[in-house]
Design a protein. Sequence first.
Length: 317
Amino acid sequence: MITYDFYSGDLSCIKCIWDEIFADPEEFTGYYFDVICKKNIILVAWNEDEIVGMVHLNPYDVLYEGRKEKSYYIVGVCVKEKYRFHGIMREMMKYVMEFMKNEGIKFTFLMPKDEAYYVGLGFENIYSNIEVKYNKLVLKEDLKKENLSFENISKYSDENLSSMGSELNRILGEKFSYYSKRDIKYLREFIMEHECQSGGVMAIYNQDMLTGYFSYDIYVQQDKKDMYVERFCTNDTDVENVLEHIKEFAIGNECDTLCVTIPNDTIKPSNNLKEKLIEIEGKNIKIYKGKGIMAYSFIEGQDVGFMKNKSFFDEIV
């Protein structure tokens, strides 16, 4: 008989299941369990004394129409292979959804592996992106350098991070109504998340004014070096130029390929970004649909349709 309960034991048992099911780099898993997992709420499914499934609830402060609200980012949803297709995952999701509803949470969000599955649970897509894969890194001859600059924020003081967080909240708030609150703690964890994978977080400045950021990770496999930019935020008018500078940054790090995740809110028909990239790069790039974010509303009688095109959630865990 399968039973369900919130876990309060040694996290090494949880890490064993994570390692068994998810193909995350060891460095990232170490960061997650050393820094993030300790503050999570974890539901587990038991078959007698064996943990056969789990769901992690990562607490986040979100800005919800200008007000700070508590929410949970659902991650680590999994069931051991031999126990799948018996409804365990659905029961775990029902359990944590009831818990969040009783806590007075307004909405929860997740990055789905299978969107159709979560649609069946009442989730809707609220944030989407594309992945641009550069198979060959070639800079444009007319790269504009005079106004744009990047700065690694790893050495920023708490005062600098606090100012950066406030400015990012202002920038996001001009365009979105729902997003995670940027503050010192958020940005410190953001830095650690990417430094553990030979990467970092870069602030983007235009004429010395903060306009956004991007994160990067570098992976080396045999004789190939790849850079992944998973989190990217900048002014709509700067996107094309920022991408060229990120290419230059990747070349400076001796990378062979580059993959950039770009929020769909910057890919508007009016700026023709996809068409421009294909025209400029030709066979050097491929563009894929990204993973996106889905959400579920606990507000009675209201689905999350009101959050569509008004949300920015680029968190990984």
